[in-house]
Design a protein around this ligand. Structure first.
Ligand SMILES: [Zn+2]
Ligand SMILES: [Zn+2]
Length: 261
């Protein structure tokens, strides 16, 4: 009898759960679906097994700044495209993934050498993750005395997380000379990183390690290569559709007409 009651309760909870899961497929405010891991780390689901991770850091002279990356989980394997800003944030995110998603971060892909992409690389490597990066990023990391990614990607490298595919490409210089983008062909998600600006960005931001002259051609290459992109994720701010690439191109023309900015 007691079992029966328990069973009934379980059924009720399952039904409620299913009803709630059903609700989740209806349009919801993005905030409602965001998972808060700590005051400085959130995850937002994009597709089955794919999340945006957003981490916040206090930049001297600038203030609190968010940065985006992707988390891919396929079975017991997890992969991070861009790491959080610091080793501490990376440890918290990796621990949360292990505890809640029962997966271990085995692969990390910093998309250029700046802190918002590889500030947590030492911690990821300490935990045994294998790091892939552009050969240009590896050279810059050596030069600057930063932790060095292990496996060089040249023009295009296909990386797997379980059966999930991630294609890493260096489309040319832009935000930095070493910036790469990551394409998930099945989910049709493009992680543009800091090469791509969010719709509310009014300028290209910091290009002192980049190449403003090459930037537009690099963006046109990205635009031509991924016309079927469903979601485009910028390095900072809100993600959207392929319109973000066009928006960033527009910011290049503004920069060209106001080079002093
Ligand atoms: Zn950067
Ligand atoms: Zn950035």
């Amino acid at each position: 009898m007691a079992l029966c009651v328990k069973g009934t309760r379980l059924t009720v909870w399952l039904c409620l759960g299913l009803a709630m899961a059903g609700c989740q497929s209806a349009p919801q405010s993005p905030k409602a679906r965001t998972i808060t891991i700590s005051a400085d780390i959130t995850l937002h689901p994009l597709a089955e097994g794919v999340w945006v991770h957003t981490t916040w850091f206090d930049l001297p002279d600038y203030g609190r700044c968010p940065a985006n990356g992707l988390l891919v989980v396929d079975g017991p394997e997890a992969l991070l495209i861009d790491l959080p800003w610091t080793n501490e944030l990376t440890a918290t995110l990796c621990d949360w993934i292990t505890r809640n998603l029962k997966a271990t971060v085995q692969t990390v892909i910093p998309t250029h050498f700046h802190q918002d992409c590889m500030g947590g690389l030492a911690e990821a490597q300490r935990r045994g993750a294998l790091s892939y990066a552009s050969d240009k990023t590896i050279a810059l990391a050596w030069q600057k005395g930063l932790p060095v990614p292990q496996v060089p990607c040249r023009s295009q490298t296909l990386i797997r997380c379980g059966t999930t595919l991630v294609l890493v490409t260096h489309p040319g210089a832009g935000h930095t000379t070493d910036n790469v983008i990551a394409w998930l062909p099945v989910q049709k998600i493009l992680f543009g990183g800091c090469l791509i600006k969010s719709m509310d960005s009014a300028s290209l931001g910091n290009t002192q390690d980049g190449d403003p002259a090459a930037y537009p051609a690099t963006l046109r290459k990205v635009q031509a290569a991924y016309p079927e992109a469903r979601i485009v994720v910028p390095g900072h701010g809100r993600w959207g559709g392929p319109g973000l690439i066009g928006h960033t191109l527009g910011l290049c023309s503004e920069r060209a007409s106001n080079p002093g900015e």
